[in-house]
Design a protein around this ligand. Structure first.
Ligand code: HEC
Length: 276
């Protein structure tokens, strides 16, 4: 009798192996990624990628036992649920309100030691957070949250800047200007080996060089040129702030602010479309 039950169970086990999970990752758009968009420092990036991204992103690495049913089903279920709650690969597609909510939840989950899930850290030792790493993440998430909240209030309180659209359409910018903006984004996207003030200051200088090239190569005229001025004046001020930042928090937040301003460019300007 026992033998029969054993055989039956084994047969079931064999049969369920044919029901494999889908392990293809959804498409990843680099610009939409959370760590990229907020310009996270290198140390934070490493920890979040190791401890959260297998579940909360579209860059999941599946372990060997993901080939074994029914563990594989359970695993896939977790990943689906985690992505639904918070998919870091799709951060830039979130509404502002949702971003705030998720940052708050991240702080809570970390404080309560709910994340990363224990069932995961048992098999992924490197994903387990030391007290120090947890502290670092909590502080960084809080900082990022207050930065996003601040952006909210200043956007409401400050008088609208002079920057406007061309009757609802974007202004045409010359290709050198667009290149310059993209180069600056690329500078900020480079991972920083170490979080040191001097490296942020050096980055500020690099940005300023790029900024000056952009200005010298600009051949835009008329109202579009006027509008570009409204755009680049605050940019210059922010870069100068970075070049003179004196503590890590200010450096970090200023860099974030610059990145946000750089991303604003595409909302007001576009390249000339090629003649068809
Ligand atoms: C093994 C997979 C896994 C890992 C690793 C993981 N999570 Fe989760 N996470 C989940 C699942 C599943 C849920 C949804 C169910 C739940 O809330 O428990 C979730 C939910 C969340 C939520 C939303 C909670 C809410 O209040 O609704 C946040 C925020 C979160 N995780 C943050 C993180 C962070 C930050 C990390 C890394 C430090 C992390 N998670 C690592 C699986 C994971």
């Amino acid at each position: 009798m026992l033998k029969k039950i054993g055989l039956a169970l084994f047969a079931i086990f064999v049969i369920i192996q044919f029901f494999r999970i889908d392990k293809t990752n959804p498409e990843v758009i680099a610009e939409n990624d959370f760590l990229y968009a907020v310009g996270a420092p290198e140390e934070v990036t490493q920890i979040i990628k190791t401890s959260c991204y297998d579940c909360h992103s579209n860059t999941t690495h599946y372990p060997w036992y993901s080939n074994v049913a029914p563990i594989s089903w359970w695993l896939k279920d977790h990943i689906n649920e985690a992505r639904e709650e918070l998919n870091f690969s799709e951060w830039e597609t979130f509404e502002h309100k949702r971003k705030l909510k998720k940052l708050k939840e991240a702080v809570e989950e970390l404080e309560e030691k709910e994340m990363p899930l224990t069932s995961y850290t048992i098999t992924h030792g490197d994903a387990k957070l030391s007290d120090q790493q947890r502290e670092l993440l909590i502080n960084w998430f809080k900082e990022t949250l207050s930065y996003f909240e601040e952006g909210e209030t200043t956007a409401e309180e400050e008088p609208k800047s002079d920057l406007t659209l061309d009757n609802g359409k974007k202004w045409i910018a010359n290709i050198e200007t667009i290149d310059g903006i993209n180069n600056m984004i690329a500078i900020i996207a480079q991972p920083m080996e170490e979080d040191r003030i001097i490296l942020f200051v050096a980055r500020g200088q690099q940005l300023m060089t790029e900024f000056e090239t952009l200005v010298s190569k600009c051949n835009m005229t008329g109202e579009a040129h006027e509008q570009l001025h409204h755009y680049i004046f605050p940019l210059k001020e922010k870069i100068e702030l970075l070049m003179n930042c004196e503590d890590m928090t200010t450096c970090d937040l200023t860099q974030l602010d610059i990145l946000r301003h750089l991303h604003l460019f595409n909302e007001y300007f576009e390249g000339e479309s090629l003649p068809s």
